[in-house]
Design a protein around this ligand. Structure first.
Ligand code: SF4
Length: 329
């Protein structure tokens, strides 16, 4: 099916979903200050080391398993205040002095086994110069020269010439992970992402036109959605992302832990998705066969600790991530 036809099909389904009651009334909106006021204290993190690093295996665009070194850099907090975000927990209030980020990358790479790809995730936006100092960029580029692919995260509004310059500096393929979150416009607005769908599609077009690949982060069951809406809109969001030319999608089960979501839990406006919804959504998205789709499994063993057959079910999800097809058992 060509893109125009896919888009048409999506548009019809979106219209149908929009006519359902529940999310078309005005949703509550929270200011940055309200979101911050609900927070607990940040974790103690050091500017001298990444707050985590690990190697993981992922299915690449050719269907082969590839090793990825993922480094969670410690840096200044993201300037946005998204309603569902808990990444601020491992950030600092100040910009790091030049040399600290590159020191963190060295620190992690020295301890990690070899890998083909690297993710530099900084709990925010790689091209935010208050997070990653501009002076560090050439050195970072040389640190990742041996990787076939370099994956960073960035807000759609911060996709600019800096991204193109960084692609020119590295020998591997640059991939930028953008938070699409959800394509329901009222809910997207209520998430305080400060982004419209048009902003997202413009960022994808800009990056794709310059041969930079794109990964989209999509929320499974953000606040203000019931279980079925959460599943439906996650699937529609994946379809939408692929229709724009996104190369792969990563689904994130929305979970509380940042303060404001706990408040919304108490008023019945948020609950984390059921494990069965996690399974159903990944299955449906893989069956679209439009591109690679991953389910973020981080912390699911804690979140679903009372579920029956949890170990086997998480193992099945992991297998589906790796093989990119629905597994039966
Ligand atoms: S842009 Fe990303 S890192 Fe920043 S607050 Fe939103 S979700 Fe969190």
């Amino acid at each position: 099916m060509n893109i125009v036809k896919r888009f048409y099909r999506f548009t019809n389904r979106e219209t149908r979903l929009k006519t359902q009651p529940g999310m078309d009334h005005i949703l509550p909106s929270f200011t940055n200050q309200q979101i911050q006021a609900a927070r607990s204290a940040k974790n103690q993190v050091s500017p001298e080391m990444p707050y985590a690093f690990l190697n993981e295996t992922e299915c690449d665009s050719d269907g082969a398993l590839t090793e990825i070194s993922t480094i969670f850099l410690t840096n200044r907090e993201c300037p946005f205040r998204c309603l569902m975000c808990d990444l601020w927990q491992n950030t600092l209030d100040e910009t790091l002095t030049p040399g600290m980020i590159t020191h963190q990358i060295d620190y992690a790479l020295k301890q990690l086994p070899p890998a083909q790809q690297v993710k530099l995730y900084n709990s925010g936006n790689f091209f935010d110069r208050k997070a990653i100092p501009e002076k560090d960029i050439p050195r970072i580029a040389s640190q990742v020269q041996n990787f076939e692919r370099v994956i960073v995260e960035n807000h759609p509004l911060l996709c600019n010439q800096d991204c193109l310059d960084f692609q020119q500096m590295i020998s591997g393929q640059l991939e930028i992970a953008l938070g699409l979150e959800i394509i329901h416009e009222n809910v997207l607005q209520a998430l305080n992402k400060q982004m419209t769908l048009e902003d997202f599609s413009k960022a994808v077009e800009f990056l794709a036109n310059h041969s930079i690949q794109i990964r989209a982060f999509i929320l499974l069951k953000p606040p203000f959605m019931n279980e079925q809406e959460g599943i439906e809109w996650a699937i529609r969001s994946v379809e939408y992302a692929f229709s724009l030319g996104v190369n792969c999608c990563s689904l994130i089960p929305t979970r509380s832990g940042n303060g404001i979501l706990e408040q919304l839990e108490q008023t019945g406006q948020f609950s984390h998705p059921l494990l069965s919804s996690v399974e159903e959504t990944l299955e449906a998205c893989l069956n679209l066969k439009q591109g690679r789709v991953f389910m973020d499994l981080w912390d699911l063993d804690r979140l679903y600790q009372n579920e029956i057959n949890l170990h086997d079910r998480l193992e099945r999800l992991q297998q589906m991530n790796l093989l990119q097809k629905v597994s039966t058992a």
